[in-house]
Design a protein around this ligand. Structure first.
Ligand SMILES: Cc1c2[nH]c(c1CCC(=O)O)Cc1[nH]c(c(CCC(=O)O)c1C)Cc1[nH]c(c(CCC(=O)O)c1C)Cc1[nH]c(c(C)c1CCC(=O)O)C2
Length: 351
């Protein structure tokens, strides 16, 4: 290293970042989508009486909740406790997260005039994010922090529908029926999302994950034409930071190649496609993340271990593998089953 170069951050040699960079690892790194909050009793205790979105704006609380699963499970990375709708709330969209329902939007976006609700996001809109990540990176030391955002399609699905949907009929009818309005909506969301990820990286996040959770509702040709350009814009906007970019959606077996093509360094895979087959679909030059079915954790320890072995066997020839569930931790999961799973993956893959 020359004197002009800055030294690498404390997280640089972590198993998680090495796996993302497709370098040899001491053991397969593990973290869980939705590891913060949800199944932990210590989470429910600190959240008592505090609405979800309010909890996201309190830096000390965000720090505590983000650290809880790291302390308890010995996972290889922390994920920033927040929600995909936080940047939308921050720019003044009237929305709330209703317990047991999810995000609900007061005035859904259906017309061109409604786009005026979507102004630019600046760091001043989310000072609590910068503050919480500063606190977190100090506490985490060599453990990387993953920042995240919702991808334009998944954000649009909530904004256009007004809440969670099974069919995305309003969003998809805009996409098919008014492609110009749709493209402008997704482009606005790409700008907001990119700005939000930049805030997190500049505050110290070591990697970012773009959640396009509901992209699996789309046929590949529609995804390529109507969604990929906006997600690619987000990935391009943060490329210069050099932090690994993870791209994930549920039910995306037919989209895996496109999720990589959008600009990801790591492609997240749900439990429906084995990792060796996923690697064939994604092609060379990318690491994969996944992909134990989250419901396996409700079975016996022996069954969890057998299914975990299947995942690890199918990952044997990958260029890089980050172990995760195929979607988020389910709220009724026994936290001890997660702790045991981390230990099992670490011991099975120790090199
Ligand atoms: C689609 C989506 C959302 N939010 C998110 C996604 C993408 C991930 C995925 O596909 O699951 C992302 C998210 N939401 C939350 C996190 C925290 C970090 C982590 O992964 O641990 C992350 C990464 C906290 C949360 N986000 C939410 C909770 C639960 C609310 C609570 O604890 O009161 C938490 C801890 C609420 C939420 N927020 C959202 C939904 C569908 C729900 C569930 C509603 C419910 O079941 O109550 C929108």
């Amino acid at each position: 290293m020359s004197a002009l170069e800055t030294p690498p951050p404390a997280t640089y040699d972590s198993a998680f970042l090495k796996a993302c960079r497709r370098e040899p690892v001491p053991h397969t790194p593990v973290w869980f989508m939705r590891q913060a909050g949800r199944s932990l009793p210590e989470y429910r205790k600190v959240r008592e009486g505090i609405p979800m979105l309010e909890s996201c704006a309190r830096p000390e609380l965000v720090t505590e909740i983000t650290l809880q699963p790291v302390r308890r499970h010995n996972v290889d990375a922390a994920i920033y406790y927040s929600d995909i709708v936080v940047p939308l709330k921050a720019i003044g969209i009237d929305l709330d997260i209703k317990p047991g329902v999810g995000p609900v939007v007061e005035h859904p976006i259906r017309t061109r005039a409604d786009l005026a609700q979507l102004r630019d996001l600046t760091p001043e809109d989310v000072p609590y994010v910068t503050e919480a990540i500063g606190l977190l990176t100090r506490e985490l030391g060599s453990t990387p922090l993953i920042g995240f955002a919702g991808a334009p399609f998944t954000l649009a699905s909530y904004l256009v529908e007004g809440g969670p949907s099974r069919t995305y009929e309003n969003a998809k009818s805009m996409m098919y029926g008014d492609p110009e309005l749709w493209a402008d909506l997704l482009d606005r969301l790409a700008e907001i999302t990119a700005a939000f990820l930049k805030v997190q990286i500049e505050a110290g996040a070591s990697a970012v994950q773009l959640f396009d959770s509901w992209a699996g509702a789309l046929a590949p040709a529609d995804y390529r034409r109507s969604v990929l350009p906006a997600s690619a814009k987000v990935f391009q906007a943060v490329e210069g930071y050099g932090v690994p970019r993870i791209h994930f959606g549920v039910g995306t077996g037919e989209l895996l190649q496109l999720l990589g093509e959008a600009g990801a360094d790591v492609v997240g895979v749900d439990w429906r496609v084995p990792l060796d087959e996923a690697a064939r679909r994604v092609g060379p030059g990318k690491a994969l993340q996944g992909n134990l079915d989250p419901t396996v954790l409700f079975a016996s320890t022996a069954a969890v271990e057998a299914k975990t072995r299947e995942v690890l066997d199918s990952a044997r020839d990958l260029e890089g593998h980050v172990f995760n569930l195929g979607h988020g931790v389910m709220p009724s999961t026994d936290p001890d089953a997660l702790t045991r799973l981390v230990e099992y993956v670490h011991t099975q893959t120790a090199r």
